[in-house]
Unconditional design. Structure first.
Lengths: 260, 154
């Protein structure tokens, strides 16, 4: 019993300590962003590895998600004779929810885990301490550009995901299942509001980009510098990012679309 | 630091395609493409019951959409529903004795305002009120009446 209480206290204290370290890390990273601006090359290199390399998985997943939505939506809507509303269904679910959320999950798996492993290995091979020896702040030089790149790439990836998903839904709905082309777009345009739906979706993806980049970089930076420590940190990145994205999505949806 | 041109190009392509996707959604998917701006005028109608009418429901003449409902509120004195409609200013020759009714698109569809043009020489202007109105048909009310009639008939 005593042992149990001791362990509970230890775990609680260490998780608060970790949160504190993460907050300091974030503020340090954010102040480092001003140093990235005069060196756009650092940023471009990171946008390449974070954004461009995620391009393919995002577009292909978006296409398939849109196509599945088209198929499933058609099956259900045709029971009510409302196949014409397929466009609304596909667009609303992609733009509001699936675009930001699924692309954030893919982003955490594709880019987040790579960031953690990269930073963790840099730490394990003492590259970060080496930089400190040369009076180069590793957070400003290594972390901030990666953070900014993730933060900027995420909304673009989510917009791509949604747009390609809608095209996929169009291909299946109009091309294969024979929904009227005009009704598909007209009902969509009548129901989807630019401010309410599209901008809120983009706002969600901005938040997700911020959180996923933060988690990925911090886990890497905070990893135990052994091969086992890095592998655990990578796992934690994916798990914590997925959890945070889904929980935040509920909160953001309640704030944006709910009447709570 | 080595720096490759292909990387620059690919990043440029990535950013451009992201922005293009956003524009595509703005114009093709949302209502921004059919946005008419402030080029419109407001007319007001009092209904006994505006039913399931919502803000942004369409206002149409002969099935052609000419505007949207911009506000619905309750008149505290007469307990009537005040519906404000923004009509696109290109339709500025609607007679002032026109009537409005609330209809439902299909049996379960959304409700819209239908405007039946009158024969007056004067036209509806900004802030003018339409006097001839007929309320929304509430399905439950009709079913209730029908059931009552049936019961009394027997």
């Amino acid at each position: 019993m005593f042992q149990f209480l001791q362990n509970l206290g230890k775990t609680t204290r260490s998780s608060f300590a970790k949160l504190g370290r993460a907050s300091f890390f974030l503020s340090h990273t954010l102040t480092g962003i001003s140093d990235v601006v005069p060196r756009p090359n650092l940023l471009i290199k990171q946008v390449y590895s974070v954004g461009v390399l995620s391009f393919l998985i995002i577009t292909i997943s978006g296409l398939f998600v849109g196509m599945v939505l088209g198929l499933q939506g058609f099956n259900i809507l045709s029971d009510f004779g409302a196949e014409e509303s397929l466009g609304v269904m596909v667009a609303a679910s992609l733009v509001r929810e699936l675009g930001p959320v699924v692309s954030a999950l893919l982003f955490a798996g594709r880019a987040g885990s790579a960031l953690t492993a990269e930073i963790g290995l840099m730490k394990a091979t003492e590259q970060l301490s080496g930089m400190e020896m040369m009076a180069v702040d590793p957070i400003k030089r290594i972390i901030s550009p990666r953070f900014l790149a993730g933060f900027l790439s995420m909304p673009l990836l989510a917009a791509l995901f949604s747009a390609i998903g809608i095209m996929g839904g169009h291909v299946v709905g109009v091309g294969m299942l024979g929904v009227d082309d005009g009704a598909f777009w007209a009902q969509m345009q009548a129901s989807i509001d630019f401010q309410e739906d599209i901008m809120n979706g983009i706002l969600k993806s901005v938040v997700f980009g911020f959180v996923v980049s933060w988690i990925a970089l911090f886990e890497g930076y905070d990893a135990i510098p052994t091969s086992e420590g890095v592998s655990r940190a990578t796992t934690r990145t994916v798990v914590n990012s997925a959890f945070s994205v889904l929980a935040l999505d509920f909160i953001l949806t309640a704030l944006m679309f709910g009447d709570i | 630091m080595q720096h490759s041109k292909t990387q620059d190009t690919l990043v440029g392509f990535f950013v451009a395609s992201g922005v293009a996707a956003l524009f595509y959604m703005a114009l093709q998917v949302s209502n921004l493409g059919s946005y008419t701006g402030d080029d419109s005028y407001t007319v007001i109608a009092h209904f006994q019951n505006s039913g399931g009418l919502k803000v942004k429901s369409p206002v149409s003449v002969a099935g052609v959409r000419i505007g949207r409902v911009s506000a619905i509120r309750l008149d505290k004195d007469s307990h009537e529903s005040i519906v404000e409609m923004r009509i696109e200013s290109q339709y500025n020759n609607l007679p002032s004795d026109s009537g409005v009714s609330i209809y439902t698109a299909g049996l379960l569809g959304e409700q819209y305002v239908s405007l039946d043009p009158g024969s007056s020489d004067e036209y509806l202007k900004d802030k003018s009120t339409i006097d001839i109105t007929s309320s929304a048909i509430v399905l439950e009310e009709m079913i209730g009446k029908f059931m009552l009639n049936k019961a009394e008939g027997k």
